[in-house]
Write a protein that binds this ligand. Structure first.
Ligand code: IFM
Length: 453
């Protein structure tokens, strides 16, 4: 039995926005339209990095099928669509002459959204760093802040006039930590000095892009970070301290840089010696005011002390039900973070849940995908958002990750996060039960229609 979503549009403020989210490399098809090589192409081509060596060359072929996909967003009853622009598609060499076909694509996409009455919410960067910039050190090179600001100017010079909102960089933690410390993501480094530089430069690039867009007269600018509810694995002081270190790296470093103009001591204890010279002087740029903050939230983590050098911690599996990613389902963490981000960093600034969702072992049976676990997951997390709103947190919108099954980075195409099932042979789209349940929940009453227009 599939179930229904009990937390419906009527339970949220009249101007609350519901959206679906995607990202460029995960759905577009990077082989199409003159995109240049990016760090994920070569990472995937290196044996052992990505399950079955899969890459984003074709992905969901959204590059050609975007009208059908946007119809699904519209018919699902959503208000907004969160997408990202591929740096390597727009600037195949990372800098210099733009690829006209790339800009044209995002221009068409924007108009197609507006024609359907959907609000376009762009994220400038979701991880497909052009290989030419990677060759010059990528996120380790301080110059990336200027390269990124130039990219922001080019993108927003073309589509900025029609965006509802613009975010700079999706999940800085993944870029810096997974890409440079654990090596799980492109460029696949395991080096604390590279990590320290990436941690700082990703924030500097964010700030430079905000300043650039602000100077262009573009508003509603935001930052998007990911959060995991950190719990000590055991009752010892050592585990509590390890959990606090993880929390500082994952949940506090980026917002602390942007809103408090400093880095947490627990992180400086590890990366301090490796930060680039003069890093303390960059906080005015890093702290460039934003108009909203987006939270991506999926799970909790249990952390224990571990032997070895900083950060000397390890993840321990927990007992809660898990998604196909092995991530525990813990909706309370979303309510917790909405409150905590407001209390510790953002105050009255609007907050959005910019990603939330789960991977499931979804299969088509008799023409249907019964993803009951996703229906329950979304309902529980929407309930957590309602609780936060009731507690006075200024949450203004919620985006499901993701519209479509897509390329889950190092895990290839197996991990299905979509509201819509994608057959990666035929590329046929089949809305899952969760899509239908959400569509039902998002229906407007006649009275609500009057209020929003
Ligand atoms: O698929 C990713 C996305 O690219 C960034 N946020 C988390 C999602 C699920 O892992």
């Amino acid at each position: 039995m599939t179930g229904r979503i009990g937390n419906t549009r009527a339970d949220f403020p009249a101007d609350f926005l519901f959206g679906a989210a995607t990202s460029a490399y995960q759905i577009e098809g990077h082989a199409f339209g003159g995109a240049g090589p990016c760090q994920w192409d070569s990472f995937a081509a290196t044996p052992g990095n990505v399950v079955r060596g899969e890459d984003g060359a074709r992905a969901c072929d959204h590059y050609h099928r975007y009208p059908e996909d946007l119809d699904l967003v519209k018919e699902g009853g959503f208000d907004c669509y969160r997408f990202s622009t591929s740096w390597a598609r727009i600037l195949p060499d990372g800098r210099g002459t733009p690829n006209a076909a790339g800009l044209d694509f995002y221009d068409r996409l924007t108009d197609a959204l507006l024609e359907r009455g959907l609000k376009p919410c762009v994220t400038l960067y979701h991880w497909e760093l052009p290989s030419a910039l990677r060759d010059m050190g990528g996120w380790q090179n301080r110059d990336i802040a200027g390269w990124f600001a130039d990219f922001a100017q080019i993108v927003m010079g073309r589509i900025g006039d029609r965006m509802y909102s613009a975010a700079t960089i999706n999940e800085p933690w993944c870029i810096a930590w997974l890409g440079h410390f654990s090596g799980d993501h492109a460029p696949g480094l395991r080096d604390i000095r590279a990590t320290a530089r990436a941690l700082h430069h990703v924030l500097l690039a964010h700030g430079r892009a905000v300043e650039t867009m602000r100077a262009m007269g573009i508003g509603n600018l935001g930052a998007v970070c990911n959060f995991e509810h950190v719990l000590p694995a055991g009752p010892t002081d050592a585990d509590a301290a390890a959990a606090d270190r993880y929390d500082a790296i994952f949940n506090r470093f980026f917002l602390s840089g942007m809103f408090h103009r400093r880095y947490p001591d627990q992180v400086l204890a590890g990366i301090g010696p490796y930060l680039p010279r003069g890093w303390q002087d960059d906080f005015v740029t890093i702290g460039a005011p934003v108009d909203w903050v987006g939270l991506n939230y999926y799970t909790c983590k249990r952390i224990a002390q571990a032997p070895g050098p900083w950060p000397a911690l390890t993840e321990v599996p927990g007992a809660l039900p898990k998604t196909a990613m092995g991530w525990e389902i813990h909706p309370e963490g979303l309510r917790y973070f909405l409150n905590r981000v407001r209390d510790e960093f953002t105050g009255d600034l609007p907050l959005f849940v910019t990603e939330n969702g789960m991977a499931g072992d979804d299969a088509i049976r008799a023409g249907r995908v019964d993803d009951a676990a996703r229906v329950a997951y979304l309902d529980a997390h929407l309930g957590a958002v309602r609780q936060a709103i009731a507690q006075g947190v200024p949450v203004r919108g919620y985006f499901v990750w993701s519209l479509l099954d897509n390329y889950e980075w190092a895990l290839g195409y197996d991990k299905r996060f979509g509201l819509v099932h994608v057959d990666f042979e035929t590329l046929q789209r089949v809305p899952k039960a969760s899509y239908h349940a959400l569509k039902q929940a998002l229906q407007r009453s006649a009275a609500q229609d009057v209020k929003v227009t």
